[in-house]
Ligand binder design. Structure first.
Ligand SMILES: [Zn+2]
Ligand SMILES: [Zn+2]
Length: 672
């Protein structure tokens, strides 16, 4: 009979910790949340200081009874939920609702390793009420918004829709970007490239230079006619080197991952969407079977905004770098990365829990996705403690009459941290025209005053581009920059707006749906303050202040609720159902058909409803690819998100996430 009971939130984590703690400890999993605000009521007493009414989630009675029974015979009870606000709050609610009166201590660790777990138990502590207050504050805010806004969406657009506090702001960013794209008018411009070489030297000395200035003004070539005139003039000019600048440039390694940077890089390098990245990271954190040593927690906790690394881990990675790469790759002192103001020093960056476990050595124990993410985390961490890469950059000015050309080249002198990890992505490199040239352009040794031979001129047509749509990666970056994302919210924000079909992820980019536009426009019109990016950022900051103990939860809630209530009262009095007319008429009664939104998507309904119940689907015009079906594909929504279904349903059950004409969206595109 073990005297010690440990409660965690997941079965895998229970297994990993159980193995570390041994027979004196019984480790039980709560199998996720046991306690939450009630699903069908507001569950917040607005009049009584926003008191939340936490209750046991229906269906969790059995696990609750088991925890109670085990707790009876245990001498010591520990709660070892995840080391963040949410984990602290889950643990506290278990103590309050199920183990009331028992002596329950909190243990928290950022990695599930024997050392970290032992340390945590040595420092078992009371619950951190400031953290819990911040979490309850967030939960209550989100509940108020969801509970009151959703019915307004039902009233105006369709039943079953829902709005969330931070998700709606995320949706707003995506909708506003789409409107910029719609409004964008492309304009034409031309670039002129000269291919030059050193006369008397073989063809190997070819390099290219770009027209930068005309008469000392930035070159602006608007159309092909002007480009032709310039080229004709240039053919008669002498190309002369007027300046050669050589400089040593260092590229520095990036900090080890925090949640936001891991999600961005996993999207850019592995094409993982944010939810998938978090799912796989959680598996690596909670424990993986790796032979006789199983299961083992392979990385530190994946929800963090601090790049801080434990001194011990720094010592280990430095030894590893020296052994595997050599002394030249090891900086004299460890690299230190600064956290954002809001980040907590107690948190740690995401890194491998043991640097000796190379990705290669674990390959046979990991799924393909686990392997790729582990490799990314491992190499990023390794590179963060290495020396910079050194480049020799050459910048050459070449004059031809009134025209000035520039040639830029660079070559790697010492690879440094790049030996472990490239912290730039192809897309980023292409965006920086300078870098692009550096990649392909090899400039031969040149001297000032030297005359070059012209091999050819290459004028090329370009158009200015609209701002790109957000991807998971760039949206997370924007949310972080705007101050409205937190480690625990980036992935759920994207997941939720896709699940509700407000946004569709097509070929990795986030497109607002027609429904998304509608929902956003209503929210922005009636709740400008709640949908305001900087207001949301200030609320997030205040929740951080609650966690620091500098502000009371109640103050934040009041500050939010008063303007919210005002907008709410106005909206409740003024919002009416919107009628979208069409030029089609009902084939049963002759009245006009109108567009309606239902639980499963958009459809045409007779305006004579309820007297005439005639309705029709709106098809995409694309034929069902099923043989001998003859149906057409229709936009549908389900609990699992958006899809296309066949108009001959239920006879034909064809479904697809994309229209057959729109192939290539890829398997990462569904909300999972
Ligand atoms: Zn009708
Ligand atoms: Zn069909």
């Amino acid at each position: 009979m073990s005297n010690n009971l440990v409660i965690v939130e997941s079965p895998t984590k229970a297994k990993t910790i159980g193995k570390i703690l041994g027979d004196d400890f019984k480790v039980l999993s709560s199998m996720g949340h046991i306690i939450d605000l009630p699903a069908k009521k507001l569950g917040v007493d607005v009049e009584d200081d926003f008191k939340p009414d936490y209750t046991v989630i229906p269906g969790r009675k059995k696990i609750m009874a088991q925890l109670k029974k085990e707790a009876k015979s245990a001498k010591n009870i520990y709660i070892a939920t995840d080391p963040d606000r949410e984990g602290e709050a889950i643990g506290w609610q278990i103590k309050e609702k199920i183990l009331k009166g028992k002596n329950v201590l909190r243990v928290s660790f950022h990695e599930i390793t024997p050392h970290a777990v032992a340390e945590a138990f040595k420092h078992a502590r009371e619950f951190d009420h400031k953290m819990i207050e911040a979490q309850v504050g967030r939960r209550v805010l989100d509940r108020l918004v969801g509970y009151f806004l959703s019915p307004l969406l039902w009233k105006k657009i369709a039943r079953g829709l829902s709005a969330g506090r931070v998700q709606s702001v995320g949706l707003r960013l995506i909708v506003e970007r789409e409107r910029l794209i719609q409004k964008f008018v492309a304009s034409e411009y031309w670039e002129i490239e000269a291919c030059l070489f050193k006369p008397k030297v073989s063809g190997e000395s070819n390099f290219s230079a770009k027209l930068e200035k005309i008469d000392n003004q930035k070159a602006q070539v608007k159309d092909s006619q002007i480009a032709q005139i310039i080229c004709r003039e240039l053919e008669a000019e002498e190309f002369k080197v007027t300046q050669v600048k050589k400089s040593k440039k260092n590229r520095y390694p990036s900090a080890p991952f925090i949640t936001s940077t891991m999600q961005q890089e996993a999207f850019n390098k592995l094409r993982f969407n944010a939810s998938k990245t978090m799912l796989v990271a959680q598996q690596l954190y909670e424990g993986i079977n790796i032979g006789q040593d199983n299961p083992v927690g392979l990385i530190t906790y994946m929800r963090t905004d601090s790049p801080h690394v434990a001194a011990e881990a720094i010592g280990e990675v430095r030894q590893h770098i020296e052994r595997s790469f050599g002394k030249d790759f090891l900086p004299e002192k460890p690299n230190v990365f600064k956290a954002k103001k809001s980040a907590q020093e107690a948190h740690e960056a995401i890194r491998p829990s043991y640097i000796g476990r190379s990705p290669e050595s674990l390959k046979s124990f990991l799924t393909h996705d686990q392997y790729r993410l582990y490799e990314l985390i491992y190499n990023r961490f390794l590179s963060s403690q290495m020396v910079p890469a050194e480049f020799l950059a050459t910048a050459v000015d070449i004059t031809a009459g009134k025209y000035l050309f520039a040639a830029n080249g660079s070559h790697l002198v010492f690879e440094g941290f790049l030996a472990a990890y490239n912290n730039k992505n192809d897309e980023e490199e292409n965006e920086e025209a300078e870098d692009k040239e550096k990649v392909k352009n090899v400039i031969p040794p040149l001297e000032q005053g030297e005359v070059l031979a012209l091999q050819g001129l290459n004028p090329s047509q370009h158009f200015t581009k609209p701002p790109p749509r957000y991807s998971d990666s760039s949206l997370i970056k924007a949310l972080e920059e705007e101050g409205i994302g937190r480690p625990s919210t980036y992935a759920p924000i994207i997941y939720t707006i896709i699940l509700r079909d407000y946004v569709r992820r097509i070929k990795g980019y986030l497109h607002p749906s027609e429904l998304g536009f509608k929902v956003n426009d209503m929210l922005v019109e009636y709740f400008p303050k709640i949908l305001d990016v900087s207001f949301t950022a200030s609320i997030e900051e205040e929740l951080d202040e609650v966690e620091e103990g500098n502000l009371s939860r109640n103050k934040v809630l009041k500050e939010f609720y008063l303007p919210f209530k005002e907008s709410l009262d106005f909206a409740q009095a003024h919002i009416v159902k919107e009628v979208i007319t069409t030029d089609q008429v009902c084939d049963k009664c002759g009245k006009p058909l109108i567009v309606k939104w239902g639980r499963r998507g958009k459809f045409l309904s007779c305006s004579g409803f309820p007297e005439c119940k005639n309705s029709k689907s709106i098809t995409s015009g694309v034929k069902c690819p099923q043989e001998n079906c003859g149906g057409e594909l229709i936009e549908r929504r389900s609990k699992r998100g958006f899809f296309y279904g066949c108009s001959n349903f239920p006879q034909c059950t064809f479904t697809s996430r994309t229209l057959p004409a729109d192939q290539g969206a890829g398997p990462e595109d569904e909300a999972k």
